[in-house]
Ligand binder design. Structure first.
Ligand code: NAI
Length: 328
């Protein structure tokens, strides 16, 4: 199979400029819009599509496609219906390790924002209040960090935690041999991790098995725990999180991902023009989270550094050229 034409969805301007100076053996047509049921017709005559996480490549969308490859410009690929793609003989490739340090740095950005109340301090100064009333934070040194998922991002987080003199526990259904000694941490059960960690940071993929990995049952085991999620919104039950923040099981939360990210992407007023795929209750709950002083939300931005983005583009070109199937 030789790819000659690629339909590049979710294109940003910088990507066009960056790719203009690159050599690759196929033609790319750029589309600013996402790949949806409505835009799928634009792929006619193309051998491959490339999408970012903002494209929801559902079975309905895939059934409209006649391409050999879906090239995800992301690590996660839960926005693509893998089963339907496989049934149609479509390869799927992703970019597994473009920015482990990038996402880990963002996770620490969220941790430090919350531990030192930086968001509240900035807003105080912006309001002309130059005092430290109500801004007492806490040290990371000596605290226990619980890392959920010891893949490439989780491992970087563990390395960084040692720079702050933190103790590290981790949980992973597939523990890696020798990693505890190499990086200096201890694998424990999820229950122990939840009970013993001061800060929990999530770095596992969203799968069919771990939807709402953090729900009421898990929050009940926490005590003023800080929760950081830069993985996927659906790993955390938003309703249960709000309750846990209310009753003190969770003291603060730093979220780069939300259960209904359309609330950000569509820039709507609450309950305004919501697409059918968005759950209005979750959107309202996301707004409740965003309004809270003990919660910081960033717009699925952990991957977004110059170096990481360029690595994504390079790897995607390579994946398409080599006809890689990295997912199934
Ligand atoms: P990876 O595949 O290298 O590691 C994932 C690890 O999670 C593996 O060790 C796996 O065994 C473990 N795991 C799977 N299910 C688990 C569970 N239920 N509990 C605990 N551990 C579990 O993936 P990587 O590169 O570290 O990325 C992790 C996730 O981060 C991605 O799947 C993606 O959803 C998210 N991500 C978010 C970004 C953002 O901008 N916010 C950017 C890049 C990735």
């Amino acid at each position: 199979m030789t790819v000659e034409k690629v339909a590049w969805f979710d294109t940003e301007n910088w990507e066009k400029e960056y790719l203009e100076n690159k050599d690759f053996p196929f033609e790319i047509k750029f589309f600013e819009e996402s790949l949806t049921k409505d835009t799928a017709a634009k792929t006619e005559g193309f051998d491959a599509v490339s999408v970012f996480v903002s494209s929801q490549v559902s079975s309905e969308v895939i059934e409209e496609l006649d391409v050999d490859i879906i090239a995800c410009r992301s690590t996660g690929f839960d926005h693509v219906d893998i089963e339907t793609a496989s049934e149609q003989g479509i390869k799927i490739c992703n970019v597994p390790r473009y920015g482990a340090n990038t996402v880990a740095e963002h996770a620490f950005g969220l941790i430090l924002t919350l531990s030192r109340r930086i968001h509240e301090a900035i807003s105080k100064v912006e309001n002309g209040e130059f005092d430290h009333q109500g801004l007492k934070g806490f040290d990371l040194e000596g605290k226990t960090l619980g890392v959920v998922g010891t893949g490439s991002i989780g491992q970087k987080v563990i390395e960084m935690a040692h720079g702050f003199n933190m103790d590290v526990l981790a949980s992973d259904p597939y523990p890696k041999e020798g990693l505890e000694e190499e990086l200096g941490f201890m694998y424990v059960s999820m229950e122990d991790l939840i009970k013993k960690s001061d800060i929990i940071t999530i770095h596992c993929p969203l799968t069919d098995e771990n939807h709402h990995l953090f729900s009421e049952e898990q929050f009940k085991l926490m005590d003023e725990t800080v929760l950081i999620n830069t993985a996927r919104g659906e790993l955390v039950d938003t309703t249960a999180l709000i309750r846990a923040l209310e009753n003190g099981n969770v003291s603060r939360a730093g979220l780069d991902v939300l259960e209904e990210e359309c609330v950000i992407e569509e820039d709507i007023e609450i309950l305004g023009d919501i697409s059918d795929e968005c759950d209005p209750q979750k959107i309202v709950e996301d707004h409740i989270l965003m309004e809270r002083d003990d919660v910081v939300v960033t717009p699925h931005n952990a991957f977004n550094s110059r170096e990481a983005l360029q690595r994504i583009e390079d790897k995607t070109l390579e994946n398409i050229e080599k006809g890689r199937n990295t997912v199934n």
